[in-house]
Design a protein around this ligand. Structure first.
Ligand code: C2E
Ligand code: MG
Ligand code: MG
Ligand code: MG
Length: 292
């Protein structure tokens, strides 16, 4: 009964365990010490242009290197970070670590890279979130145009007036604002129009079912058309197959992210990827070999 089906079996299991009274205090104690014990890491998932497959940047994704359980995914611990408010300090660390890493890549000459970071609802509500981000960018001499902030539609629509104001300040600084997991929230396209966001990330649940599913293809196609009419770039996340890749390219997605290209990787693997200019070609190779 311990093992659950599916890719996130461990996450589901552990979240369920953590909610049990016996396990929760221990888990929370571990979690509250994780930051001071340097157990958090950022992993990076590449994003590519479509078509062309040029590496254009990364999404930073939080990982917890637990002394007993190894690398834990956000699904295991993010809800508890949110619930306890620990996300504020951890989120601050994420912002700093992401900017520090970007600074490092810039120093190595990779100055065209973009880096996306996720903001949770609690972080977004934080009164000094703008200053935190602006200060980190300044501290590491980063062009704000290199940074993307990802917020979900639910986060952004919770307090629409404040969101418009805050996101406007971010965009005026030059930061890219992306609406994450699009389609899974309230999906109010009229509200979306009010937000100064220039990027829309189609949730992987749509991408997953797009194969042989004409209804989903129509939904995604409509979302892309509306996004384009609002001058937004569309990023498809969760691309796992050649078919999804081909279909979403055909529908006009500008950027792609998913296991077909690369999984989120620890930073040492990214350095290799940056220097290995032919990385994106592996996709072309597998495409042409499939056609045979
Ligand atoms: P997200 O922002 O939507 O991030 C994309 C998630 O999809 C990541 O899961 C990524 O590993 C996964 N993914 C990417 N490509 C594929 C694919 O082809 N197939 C499948 N099945 N999955 C794919 P991850 O890393 O477990 O993160 C889950 C969520 O946790 C993120 O969803 C984001 O909402 C949140 N999160 C992650 N890092 C941070 C962080 O630093 N701060 C905050 N506030 N939230 C974070
Ligand atoms: Mg995201
Ligand atoms: Mg997403
Ligand atoms: Mg998500």
């Amino acid at each position: 009964s311990v093992k659950q089906e599916g890719r996130n079996g461990w996450a589901v299991y552990h979240t369920a365990m953590a909610q049990k009274t016996a396990e929760a205090p221990l888990f929370l104690q571990d979690l509250s010490q994780a930051l001071s014990r340097n157990q958090f890491e950022l992993w990076y998932q590449p994003q590519y242009t479509a078509p062309g497959h040029t590496l254009c940047g990364f999404e930073a994704l939080l990982r917890w290197r637990h002394p007993q359980h190894g690398i834990l995914l956000p699904g295991v611990f993010l809800p508890l970070l949110e619930k306890t408010g620990l996300i504020i300090s951890v989120g601050h660390w994420v912002i700093d670590a992401a900017c520090r890493q970007l600074h490092h890549w810039n120093n190595q000459g990779f100055t065209q890279l973009k880096l996306a970071i996720n903001l949770s609802p609690t972080q977004f509500e934080q009164h000094d979130i703008y200053d935190l981000i602006a200060d980190s960018l300044a501290r590491y001499h980063i062009d704000p145009a290199q940074l993307t902030l990802e917020v979900t539609e639910n986060t952004a629509l919770k307090n629409i007036d404040r969101s418009v104001q805050l996101l406007n300040r971010f965009s005026q600084l030059g930061i890219t604002v992306a609406i994450d997991d699009f389609g899974t929230g309230y999906s109010n396209m009229l509200m979306l129009k009010k937000l100064p966001a220039t990027e829309l990330k189609i949730d992987k649940s749509f991408v997953k079912d797009i194969r042989d599913n004409s209804r989903n293809v129509k939904i995604v196609s409509t979302i892309i058309d509306i996004a384009h009419s609002m001058n937004m770039h569309v990023v498809a996340e969760g691309i796992e197959t050649q078919e999804q890749h081909a279909l979403l390219t055909h529908l006009g997605c500008s950027y792609m992210q998913g296991f077909l290209f690369a999984r989120p990787l620890p930073v040492e693997k990214i350095s290799a990827l940056l220097h290995q200019k032919t990385f994106a070609l592996s996709l072309e190779c597998s495409e042409s070999s499939q056609k045979k």
